[in-house]
Design a protein around this ligand. Structure first.
Ligand code: C2E
Ligand code: CA
Ligand code: CA
Ligand code: CA
Length: 278
């Protein structure tokens, strides 16, 4: 085993901490999981609020653990980020998601594919190469690829991050801000970094119909998006009332359990072929 000095140091420093030990074992099993191809992607449909049509999907990472079954990303992405493993895992997600979207395209379905990026990926000088490779290998039209970033990732907008985003935009790839409204209050980056979409965080969307403040915030974000020529996406739509409220607010796109849970690609395919539900 090639335990690095840093690992060894961390181990002794935190050996008494059960959580830290679990963390280390998760790290080595993550490495194995990547080699053994235990990761898979679930896809969640994104629906146009104008037409009711499925227009794309978000790629959501899952770990199909041999003993523990399907593990959600919240349980292992923090470890993957701490250990740097999110870089090869993220590259795999990008490649696989692009392959799936290209498959849909060859089946006559023009669906965009949204991929979540980690801060670590955005801060690397090989990001553009990784993205270019995923597009070239899959043959996917860059216009169908969308990268999701969070506000906090844009606060440390180093020259490298700005350059990465500029080059990604120049390729025709869409950029959206995920969990919008939960991060930083300084919005100046939106104009400077030329993003395309704002994804309103599901904490606002979820109680839109019950909480007046959430309704006001959601309405304000949609208005702001439109005045900046951005697309407004609502995530976490769990019932018909919320969907209707978002349509009245002229939100552009919606995503949530009510419209489709994350699942295998075939479920998105079926939904995309259905006549619109509105
Ligand atoms: P996210 O990007 O905000 O993704 C949306 C999360 O909300 C997903 O959880 C999704 O299953 C869940 N969701 C969708 N609709 C509803 C709804 O109507 N109600 C509720 N309560 N939840 C809903 P998931 O799949 O567990 O992913 C959690 C987070 O893990 C994601 O949040 C994202 O930050 C991260 N993640 C997922 N896949 C990747 C990946 O490939 N790379 C990176 N870096 N992060 C990822
Ligand atoms: Ca996301
Ligand atoms: Ca989100
Ligand atoms: Ca999130």
């Amino acid at each position: 085993a090639k335990a690095s000095g840093r690992d060894t140091h961390r181990f002794y420093a935190e050996a008494m901490n059960a959580e830290a030990v679990a963390h280390l074992s998760t790290r080595s099993s993550l490495r194995r999981a990547l080699e053994r191809q235990e990761f898979l992607i679930h896809y969640q449909p994104q629906v146009s609020l104008e037409t009711g049509a499925v227009i794309g999907a978000e790629a959501l990472l899952r770990w199909n653990h041999p003993d523990k079954g399907m593990i959600p990303p919240g349980a292992f992405i923090p470890v993957a980020e701490d250990s740097g493993l999110i870089v090869p895992i993220g590259a795999w997600v990008l490649a696989e998601a692009c392959r799936q979207a290209a498959r849909w395209r060859s089946q006559g379905l023009s669906l965009s594919i949204a991929v979540n990026l980690s801060a670590l990926q955005l801060q690397r000088n090989d990001l553009v190469r990784t993205v270019t490779q995923a597009l070239a290998d899959s043959g996917l039209d860059p216009l169908l690829l969308e990268l999701e970033l969070t506000e906090s990732m844009l606060i440390q907008n180093t020259e490298l991050v700005i350059d990465n985003l500029r080059r990604i935009k120049a390729m025709g790839i869409q950029v959206s801000i995920d969990d919008f409204g939960t991060g930083y209050s300084n919005l100046s980056y939106i104009g400077r970094l030329a993003v395309d979409k704002l994804k309103i965080d599901r904490s606002f969307v979820a109680d839109l119909t019950r909480n007046h403040d959430s309704a006001k915030i959601t309405a304000a974000v949609i208005q702001m998006a439109h005045s900046l020529n951005l697309t407004a996406v609502a995530e976490g739509v769990e019932d018909a009332e919320t969907l209707e409220a978002l349509r009245l607010l002229r939100c552009d796109v919606a995503q949530g359990y009510f419209l489709g849970r994350p699942g295998p690609a075939e479920a998105v395919e079926r939904a995309a072929r259905q006549v619109n539900p509105f």
